[in-house]
Design a protein around this ligand. Sequence first.
Ligand SMILES: [Zn+2]
Length: 614
Amino acid sequence: MNKGFLTVLIFVFGILSAQQKAYYQQSAKYQMDIDVDAQNFTYSGNQTITYTNNSPDELNVVYFHLYWNAFKPGSMMDQRVQNQGKNGDSRLQSNGVSRLASIPKNEEGAQNIHWIKQNGKELKFEIQETIMKVVLATPLKPNSSTTFTMEWDAVIPQQIRRSGRNNREGIDMTMTQWYPKIAEYDYDGWATFDYVGREFHAPFADFDVSIKIDKDYVIGAGGNLDNPSEVKGYDANANPKTDNKNKATWKWTAKNMLDFAWAADRDYTVDSFTVLDGPKVYYVYQKSDKTKFWDESKPHVTKFFQLMNASFGRYVYPSYSFIQGGDGGMEYGMCTMILGESRSLEGLVGLMVHEGGHSWNQQIMAYNESMKPWMDEGFTSYYESIVMHQLFPPTEPTANPFVGSLNGYRNFVKRGIEEPAVWFGDHHDNGTAYSFASYVKGELFLVQLGYIMGEQHLSSTMKEFYNQWKLKHPTDRDLMHIAQKISGMDLKWFQNYWINTIKTIDYAVKEVKYDKNSTTITLENKGQVPMPIDFSILTTDKKVVNYQIPLNMTHEWKKKDIYGDFKTLNYWPWTQKEYTFTIPYNKSQISALGIDFSQRLADVNPEDNMVEVK
Ligand SMILES: [Zn+2]
C-alpha cells in the first residue's frame, strides 16, 4: 500500500468516525387551526408541519403519536392496567378495576386522521392504536426539510389520566397529548413507544396554534398568548371578538418546546406575577375556598424559580403557567397541569416545585424519558428535595435534604420488589418499583455522586451539563463524561451498579481496638456495591475529625467536600472485603466514630455504621 493511499484512507476514516459521533437533533414547526365543539367535547383540526431532518440518515417513513386512541376499553393501556392489577397505577383503577374498561362509547378518546400529505402529495399511513406510521412519497434526505399537511378530528376522552374532559375538580377540558405529534428520531432510532400511561419523548418544535372555542371559555396554556385583548381572562380591558357562532379565537405561539398543552374552563381565573430575573408566572385555576393556597404560594414559587436559576441554570422561556387540570400533576412545555385542591400550602408548593422543576429536567434538558425515566424524574426529585428543604425547613434539623428519600429507599428495598432503574418507564412489572427506580434511585444517583466526588464537583458538573446541553437531548453518557472530566475520577462502575442493577450498598464497623495512644478500626463491606468511605470521629471535646478511604476504582480521590476537611487514607481495593486502619486518638479522646457522618451514603443497613464509645 503506498503512503498516499494510506493517508487518504486515514482521512476518510477520520471523517466517517467524526460523522458517527456528531450530535444532531431533528426539528419541527407546527402551524395548527383548531375548532372546538365544546358541547360535544370534540374538535376538528388541521396542521402544517415543517419537519427538518438533521440526521445523517435518509428517512423513508415518519411516525406520529395519537395518544388519545389509548382512552378506550380494550386498548393497550386498558390491557396493561388489567394485567397489572393491584401492582399497577391506582389512578387508572376504581376499586381495583380498570377505569378505561368502562368508558362509554361517546366518551372514548379518538384522533381520526382524514388525510396527510407531503408537499401536497397524499401519503399512505397505517395506525397501530397510538402510533401512526406514514410512508413518505419522497424520501427525506439528510439536512433537508419537508412539509406535512394533515386534517383530523378528535373526541376528548373521559378524564382517566392527564388528558380529558370533566375531571373530578370540574375542569372542562385538559388538552394534553391532544394533537397528532411527530415522533422523535435520533441516534436510538424512532421513539415509537405505544402509549400505555407513562413518559413522552419528542423533537424540539415551534408552535403557532389558533384555537376557536365558545367565547365563555378561558384557556390556560404553555406558550405566549398573542391576542389577550380579543379573548376572556387575560386583559382587564379586553373586548372579546366573536364569530357568528359565538366563538372567540385564541392565538398561541411557543418556540423550542417538546409539546404544546392547554386546558379550557368557563370558571377559570387568571392571576399573574413576574419573577425578578425569571419568567412571568400565570396561575390559571378556579378560585374558591378549596384552592385558597394558590394565592399564598406566590412568594414560594418566586423563590423556587430563583433557586433553580442559581443552582442549575437559567429558565429559558418567557413565561410559565400553573394550570388546574388533569390529575395529580404532569409537566409540559412552559406549563403544568396540576390538581388545584390541596390540604396544605406545603402540599401545593411541593407539587408546583416538582412539576415546575421538570422545566429543567425534562423540557430544557430533554432526556428520552421513555427509556431513562430515572433522569427526568430522579433529577427533578433531587432539586425538589433541595428547594423544599429551603422553602419549608424541617422542624427537626436533618443532616441533608435527602434523608427522607434515603429512608424511603431503605424501607422499599426490604420489600424485595425492586426493579433496575435502567428499565423502560412503561415496562416495569410493578408501579411502585417504577416509582422507586425512577424518582428515588434517580435522585439518590446524584446524592451518591455528591458523596463520591464532593458536593462542589457535583454542582460544577450539573452546571456544566446544563451549559452544554440546554435545549438538547442529553443522555446519561453525556452527564458522566462531564462528571468524570470535572472530578478526574472513573465513575462508570458506580453508574453501572446503581442504574443497571438492584445491588445494594452495605458497610459496617466490624471491630474497634483501643491502644494507649491510638485506635485501630476494621470496616467491612457486607454489600454488593463498593463505595469510597467517609469515616469520622467525634472527639470528647466535640470536634469532628474526618477521614476519606478512597475506592481504588475511581483512581482519583475526592479533593474537598462541604462537610469539612478530611485526611485521605490508603485506597480500598473493591475486591477486598475488610479494611483496617489506625488513627492517633485513644479511647478517652473519642465519644463516637463511624461511617458517613453526612448521612448521604445509601447504605441499606446504617445501624452498624456507628459506634458510640463509652
Ligand atoms: Zn415528575
